[in-house]
Design a protein around this ligand. Structure first.
Ligand code: UDX
Ligand code: UDX
Ligand code: ADP
Length: 465
């Protein structure tokens, strides 16, 4: 029998868009997304669909098409669990900030709570799908909790990691490189796996739906993110060499990227990678390796994070050293706060680290981001607990107009690659700045020749241009 009711626990950056796409592509399936966070659910249900809580190009159209038809957002977690034949778990799994594994292991508290809630509510057999990125063998913990309920209900656990990237979520969901589903090698496990494959097959070609064991699927997600992050750290490591020599990182990236074994994507050197996944997943991998005593493996992957931290610090230090070793009281405009363009997500954004470093040096910061709110910027800084909340507010202002943010500044740092930055009237920005006016392009998106012709000093990543 094919699946008629799906529920997803967690209406965040992964759960929301993924379920919206399933609902769009499978009008015959009812999809309910639930979350404990009432404000978040209210925002998903907002009459004005442009107010949904996740900004992603094209997402509001997908939600508008399916919402109320076969896509529902609710805080009634129990009812949704009760009705659903398939339950996706897409709750957050942040890095643990206390106890054993602090700073490295994933905090599975929310996952465990979900499993216990499912166990207490379920009256008939269910397929549970891990959608969040989880450490290998989490499925067995979920299974343990579910199978000891004594209710006679049978649960099948599948791993179905999501590979969408923020900013391109709709595109990635609409035509994924692959969908990965891991299941148990038992007749019941294989049947559950087939049911999930059939859902995706409504729009994804079957040869792009890969099936594996649960463990391989879980490890593949961590590995994919670790490999991607490693490419960014590798190119960033070389950017530092380029800045000391006459080489140019863009030329090097193009030259190596044309080798089909290396490939051209994900070789853009930057102020560092951010986002909710890369750092968390690598730390997780490191923790897993260490817990098996695999110290060389752990050290190998940890270096990717060390390099990324270095890149962020190096960028901030360069601003200070270029401005005659002091930024005390100097206005510096930060263009971009999100961890990449086309998203309002700021988790682990390099901008946070750069701002923190400059505030430590007593700079006066002016932040502009087209999609990130003032409240979010302050929350991100407060979360670091580096200084008093009042101090963050006194020394950093958030602007709604980039030209105002740059007015009277000594320097501008580009921290996110928003397209609109390329189209600004840079001559007018220059005229309103203190001289010498310097641009630190942390994303290599601006036209260096144009800026130099206007009179700017320019510092980019990975070249001496
Ligand atoms: C390499 C580069 O590929 C080539 O571009 C350069 O000009 C010279 O160095 P080569 O050393 O001849 O060429 O062979 P290559 O096919 O790259 O293999 C190098 C080593 O890596 C071999 O020992 C090979 O067995 C090993 N390897 C390669 C793996 O273990 N796994 C792989 O997936 C690929
Ligand atoms: C990533 C994975 O790409 C995705 O498959 C997984 O599901 C979740 O994690 P995401 O973090 O949303 O997605 O965005 P991604 O495009 O991978 O960028 C991550 C970070 O790396 C961003 O800060 C980005 O600016 C940076 N980056 C990426 C670079 O600095 N250079 C590059 O060449 C690519
Ligand atoms: P991701 O990027 O993985 O989607 P988010 O933090 O954006 O992460 O979303 C996770 C969502 O899961 C949050 O909105 C949070 O409120 C929700 N959540 C966490 N635990 C539970 C739970 N036990 N029941 C329902 N929702 C939960």
């Amino acid at each position: 029998m094919s699946v008629k009711n799906i529920c997803c626990i967690g209406a965040g950056y992964v759960g929301g868009p993924t379920m919206a796409m399933i609902a769009k592509k499978c009008p015959h399936i009812n999809v309910t997304v639930v979350d404990l966070n009432e404000a978040r659910i209210a925002a998903w249900n907002d009459e004005d669909v442009s107010n949904i809580p996740v900004y992603e190009p094209g997402l509001s159209d997908v939600v508008a098409e399916a919402r109320g038809r076969n896509l529902f957002f609710s805080t009634d977690v129990n009812s949704a669990i009760d009705i659903a034949e398939v339950i996706f778990i897409s709750v957050n799994t942040p890095t643990k900030m206390y106890g054993a594994g602090k700073g490295q292991a994933a905090d599975l508290k929310w996952i465990e709570l979900c499993a216990r809630q499912i166990a207490s509510v379920a009256k008939n057999d269910k397929i549970i799908v891990e959608k969040s990125t989880l450490p290998v063998r989490t499925a067995s913990a979920i299974k343990d909790i579910l199978t000891h309920t004594g209710s006679g209900v049978s649960f099948q656990i599948l791993s179905n990691p999501e590979f969408l990237a923020e900013g391109t979520a709709v595109e990635d969901l609409d035509s994924p490189d692959r969908v990965l589903i891991g299941g148990d090698d038992t007749p019941e496990g294989q049947e559950a796996l087939r049911k999930l494959v059939d859902i995706y097959a409504n729009w994804v070609p079957r040869d792009r739906i890969l099936t594996t064991s649960v463990w391989s699927s879980e490890l593949s997600k961590l590995t994919a993110n670790a490999f991607l992050a490693q490419r960014v750290s590798s190119i960033n490591a070389l950017s530092e060499i380029c800045e000391k020599t006459e080489a140019n990182i863009a030329e090097v990236a193009r030259a190596i990227g044309t080798d089909s074994r290396i490939g051209s994507k994900f070789l853009k050197s930057s102020v560092g990678f951010g986002g909710s996944c890369f750092q968390k997943d690598i730390l997780n991998l490191v923790y897993i390796a260490k817990s098996y005593g695999l110290n060389e493996v752990a050290n190998y992957w940890e270096q990717v994070i060390i390099m990324n931290d270095h890149q962020k610090t190096r960028f901030a230090s360069k601003i200070v050293s270029t401005l005659y070793n002091t930024v005390n009281g100097k206005k510096i405009a930060l263009l971009g706060w999100a961890f990449k363009k086309d998203t309002n997500d700021t988790r682990e954004s390099p901008a946070i680290h750069v701002a923190d470093h400059l505030l430590f040096e007593q700079a006066n910061l002016a932040v502009y981001d087209p999609k990130v709110s003032e409240e979010q910027v302050y929350n991100d800084l407060d979360y670091l607990k580096t200084r008093e909340r009042a101090e963050n507010r006194a020394n950093l202002q958030v602007y709604l107009d980039p030209y105002e943010a740059c007015k009277g500044a000594h320097a501008i740092a580009v921290l996110t690659e928003w397209d609109e930055f390329k189209t600004y009237d840079w001559k007018s920005i220059y005229n309103n700045m203190l001289k010498p006016a310097t641009v630190f392009d942390g994303r290599n998106v601006l036209d260096i020749a144009e800026l130099k012709a206007i009179g700017f000093q320019v510092r980019s990543i990975g070249s001496t241009l």
